[in-house]
Structure formats: structure tokens, C-alpha cells
Design a protein around this ligand. Structure first.
Ligand SMILES: *Cc1c(COP(=O)(O)O)cnc(C)c1O
Length: 367
């Protein structure tokens, strides 16, 4: 059996015990005589999976009855649109912090719906860090404030979330959800495509404050009625079973969340993630400038480690020699180049040790 060291940015590595459990339940799910893919989403078995997944998200984040967890298709990208459609009515302004490529995409979609204020931009600094508190200028009464907890492409991450007063705080957490403990109760809405840290592609997890759902718009700024499938309230009212959900993806998310609980929860996961990231940043910092990290020290991502080599030729050589040594997925995003090591929850410490060792050897040979 060949499992490779998988540094892919998303879809990404899944925990081996989860894949093994899915394999063992694939032909006959717990006596049902069929797989989860083949069963009705209205069956008792599937309803239990759906309820279990919602309960696990809440348990891991320490959330209570005042929050709902929704499973929505369309990835994080649909959330870029669905959020303003529900919460950016005519006459209101939403504040966005422009911290990288994904924040830019969220802004592009919100701008199509309504008024957007860029409360801070890191663009001139090539997205090398998150803004400090005194660099954020919120509008008077924003409909919400949107941040991106981890910029997957640039490899910069918030270490402390901004204080936005009474404004509803929203975060795209696609690439770092469930990677560390944080105060989820500060957020009105959190969304994440599952395919980086908590499952396969095909489903986004939306965590939303119950009282905020009730404030959502039902008409579009032009006056048309917001279609049912685009309303958070539709998903909440129907326990994410308004229409056929991505049932197998939700099943996989539930298994991954169970695996996180087995590891000891978010504090334990963070400890390993910290060790993993430290190994690779140490290889960068110990290379006498051969590797140049993209992120400023205080904003270094624990999930996506981005760096450059002295030339593009060396970067190509790095990626291809790493591949030959059993490490894949290390090429930077096509928009920024360089190297990116995505080291999500399911990637092992051993994989990061292997990469750090490879990096040191590569400097010795080519530095
Ligand atoms: C990958 C990613 C997205 C896009 O996710 P899709 O599920 O492909 O729409 C959005 N935001 C962040 C931070 C991401 O990492």
C-alpha cells in the first residue's frame, strides 16, 4: 500500500484511520446492506449521521443552542455570494478586510450585491501580513465585518481576531477550521469548504448564530425574492435536508470530526500543528537566506507555509526532486509561484520531518 506525503492545498490529505473506516463501511454501512452513497437522505441512518456531524462541530467549538451548523453545496465560493445575498440589504454597507487572494474573491462577489467598504488592505504589502488593530477602519454601522482567518495562497493567518464591537463578525475559515482552539462565540457566521481540513470536496460547513438567521433579508436589493435554496433559513429550518445533501461528503466530514475528537480535540491538534509548522519554518530560517519565507513572522500560517528559492529554475527542481522523494503538492499557487507546503490537520508530523530534512539537504547541494 503506497501512501505518499501529500502536501496538496485542497482537496487535501485525509486521516488514514478515516479512509480505512470509510472503506470498511463502504459496501455495507453498519448492517444497512448498502453504502451511505446509496441510501436515502431521509433514512434514519443518514439523519443520525447528519445530526452527529452538527453535534460534533458544536462540541469541538464549544457552541450551544444559539448556533446552527449547516451543510451546503457550492463550496466556500457559494458562500462568497450567499453571505451578502442574505445579509447585505440595499442601503447597508459590509466591511471586508482585504488580506489576500481569497478575501479578494469574497469582495468581488459582495460588490455585485451591495456596498462594500474595504476596512483594511494588505495589497500594497503583497499580502505578507494581517493588519494590526489600528490599521482597520470600520464603517459606521457595518452590516457585517468579513475576514479570512487563513489566506491559503499567500500563507498568512490571523493570530488574534480583530475586535469589531457590536458588528456581526464573519470569517471564511476554509483552510484553518478545526486546526486550533478559538472563541467561536465571537462570530455571527463562519464558513469553510470542507476539502482542506475537515473532509472531501462537495460540502461547505456553515456555522451561524441562530438570532442572525432570523435577521436575514428575504428580498434582493432589486426587489426580487431571494430563492429558497440561497437562504440560510431554508437550511436551518430543514436541518440541511431541504433538498438532497452531499450525503457522502457529510458522512466523511463526520468521520474526520470524530478523528479530531479522538486526537484530543482542538488543543491537542494545535499542539501537533504547531510542531509541524515549526519544523518547516526552522528549515527556512536556518537556510542563510536560501529559502525566503513570504509571510512576516507575526502572520506566518500554521497551515500553508509559503516560500521562494533563489530562482524559478531552482523552485522547479525543488518540486520535482521532492516528488521523486515521495512528497507531492509543493508547487505554489499558479498566481504567485514559489513553494507552498500545505500541512493541514491530517498531514503527519513524519511528513513534515521528511520535508524539513529534504529542505536541508537541498540547500547543502544547491546553496
Ligand atoms: C479553497 C478556499 C476557498 C474556495 O473554496 P471552494 O470550496 O473551492 O469554493 C475559499 N476560501 C479559502 C480561504 C480557501 O482556502
Amino acid at each position: 500500500m503506497g501512501r505518499i506525503y501529500n502536501f496538496n492545498p485542497g482537496p487535501a490529505v485525509l486521516p488514514l484511520p478515516v479512509l480505512e473506516q470509510a472503506q470498511s463501511e463502504l459496501i455495507d454501512y453498519r448492517g444497512a446492506g448498502m453504502s451511505v452513497m446509496e441510501m436515502s437522505h431521509r433514512s434514519k441512518d443518514y439523519e443520525a449521521i447528519n445530526a452527529d456531524a452538527e453535534a460534533r462541530v458544536k462540541r469541538l467549538l464549544g457552541l450551544g443552542e444559539d448556533y446552527r451548523v449547516l451543510f451546503v453545496q457550492g463550496g466556500a465560493s457559494l458562500q462568497f455570494a450567499m453571505l451578502p445575498l442574505n445579509f447585505l440589504p440595499a442601503g447597508a454597507t459590509a466591511d471586508y478586510i482585504l488580506s489576500g487572494s481569497w478575501a479578494q474573491k469574497a469582495i468581488d462577489e459582495a460588490t455585485k450585491v451591495g456596498a462594500v467598504n474595504i476596512a483594511a488592505t494588505m495589497k500594497e504589502e503583497r499580502y505578507t501580513r494581517m493588519p494590526a488593530a489600528d490599521e482597520i477602519a470600520l464603517s459606521e454601522q457595518p452590516a457585517y465585518v468579513h475576514i479570512t482567518s487563513n489566506e491559503t495562497i499567500q500563507g498568512v493567518q490571523w493570530t488574534q481576531f480583530p475586535d469589531v464591537g457590536a458588528a456581526p463578525l464573519v470569517s471564511d475559515m476554509s483552510s484553518d477550521i478545526m486546526s486550533r482552539p478559538f472563541d467561536a462565540g465571537k462570530f455571527a457566521l463562519i464558513y469553510a469548504g470542507a476539502q482542506k481540513n475537515i473532509g472531501p470536496s462537495g460540502v461547505a460547513v456553515v456555522i451561524i448564530r441562530q438570532s442572525w438567521i432570523e435577521q436575514a433579508a428575504t428580498t434582493l436589493p432589486g426587489g426580487a425574492t431571494l430563492p429558497a435554496i440561497l437562504r440560510y433559513a431554508t437550511f436551518a429550518k430543514n436541518n440541511s435536508l431541504y433538498n438532497t445533501p452531499p450525503s457522502f461528503a457529510v458522512y466523511m466530514v463526520n468521520l474526520v470530526l470524530g478523528w479530531i475528537e479522538d486526537q484530543g480535540g482542538l488543543a491537542a491538534i494545535e499542539q501537533v500543528n504547531r510542531q509541524k509548522a515549526d519544523l518547516i519554518y526552522a528549515a527556512i530560517d536556518g537556510s542563510d537566506g536560501f529559502y525566503r519565507g513570504h509571510a512576516a513572522l507575526e502572520s506566518r500560517s500554521m497551515m500553508n507555509v509559503t516560500f521562494r528559492l533563489p530562482s524559478e529554475d531552482l523552485e522547479k527542481q525543488f518540486v520535482s526532486e521532492a516528488k521523486a522523494a515521495g512528497m507531492v503538492g509543493l508547487g505554489g499557487h499558479r498566481s504567485v509561484g514559489g513553494i507552498r507546503a500545505s500541512i493541514y490537520n491530517a498531514l503527519t508530523l513524519e511528513a513534515c520531518q521528511a520535508l524539513a530534512g529534504f529542505m536541508s539537504e537541498f540547500v547543502q547541494k544547491n546553496g
